[in-house]
Design a protein around this ligand. Structure first.
Ligand code: PEP
Length: 265
């Protein structure tokens, strides 16, 4: 049984005050909900990915809370003359546990290529302390042209060709249709499930064990009002949340939806 993951991508938002308030507020709400549940425990993982300046504070605030901290990006290089970049060792030293790789905003606004994303993924495996969350997904034009599976397969292949299928033994995949990110328009549960099933089937062709174990989360305008139907899908193992991760009420509401799904299963 795969463990759900609810991850918040704060993008370039936040402040020290927000970091402290959001982590303590979410922790309080999700722990209360877990206490009231039949399981009496939080049966899923929660992650927040603040901007780099707040990572250290976020790690401090989440100590002894059921919330991990991840970064939104990392360099593929270990160290050296790479002004403005941050290495995996630095993130690990701060206490980060995950890193987002290849978010569509990085691919589109900062021209991050499949090759660079694969190199960063490979660096995470070499480093081994930080779990990569590989973001993949098609644009609206690609979906309308019937290319969704080809696009997602090519983004996956770029990484598989570099690290092999075993690279996914300790990784997360985030399927994020670009047209659903920050637009308020979410993929229908069936649309999302179809792509998640396609991704899992593709991995299954290389390793049934890894395909069954890997968490594939959905991202794209997830809110408390649509989280339950998205996360109830067979191959959807949680979410990567942008806008709704910036408020205690909406992020905790999404976490609570996961708690209810766990209770039903
Ligand atoms: C994201 O940025 O990864 C994302 C899913 O954003 P939003 O939830 O705002 O669509």
């Amino acid at each position: 049984m795969r463990r759900f993951l609810v991850a918040g991508n704060w993008k370039m938002h936040g402040s020290s005050e927000m970091t402290a308030d959001l982590i303590s507020g979410v922790a309080r709400r999700v722990l209360d909900a877990a206490r009231l549940s039949e399981q009496k425990e939080l049966g899923y993982d929660i992650l927040v990915c603040p901007s780099a300046p707040y990572l250290s504070q976020a790690v401090d605030c989440s100590e002894s809370q059921p919330i991990s901290v991840g970064a939104q990006n990392v360099s593929q290089f270990d160290s050296g003359a790479y002004t403005g970049e941050i290495s995996l060792s630095m993130l690990a030293e701060l206490g980060c546990k995950y890193v987002l790789l290849g978010h569509s905003e990085r691919r589109m606004l900062f021209n991050e290529s499949d090759k660079e994303v694969a190199e960063k993924f490979s660096a995470c495996l070499d480093h081994s302390l930080i779990v990569p969350i590989l973001c993949i997904g098609e644009t609206l034009a690609q979906r309308q042209a019937g290319q969704t599976e080809d696009v997602v397969a090519a983004q996956l292949d770029a990484v598989i060709d570099t690290v092999g299928i075993t690279g996914f033994a300790n990784a997360v995949i985030a399927y994020e249709p670009v047209w659903a990110i920050g637009t308020g328009e979410t993929a229908s549960p069936e649309q999302a499930q179809d792509v998640h099933a396609f991704i899992r089937a593709k991995l299954d062709g290389l390793s049934a064990e890894i395909a069954q174990a890997v968490r594939i989360v959905y991202g794209g305008s997830v809110k408390p009002s649509n989280a339950d139907e998205q996360f109830a899908q067979k191959d959807i193992d949680g979410g990567l949340i942008g806008g709704a991760s910036l408020q205690v009420s909406s992020f905790a509401g999404i976490c609570e939806a996961v708690q209810k799904i766990i209770e039903k299963t």
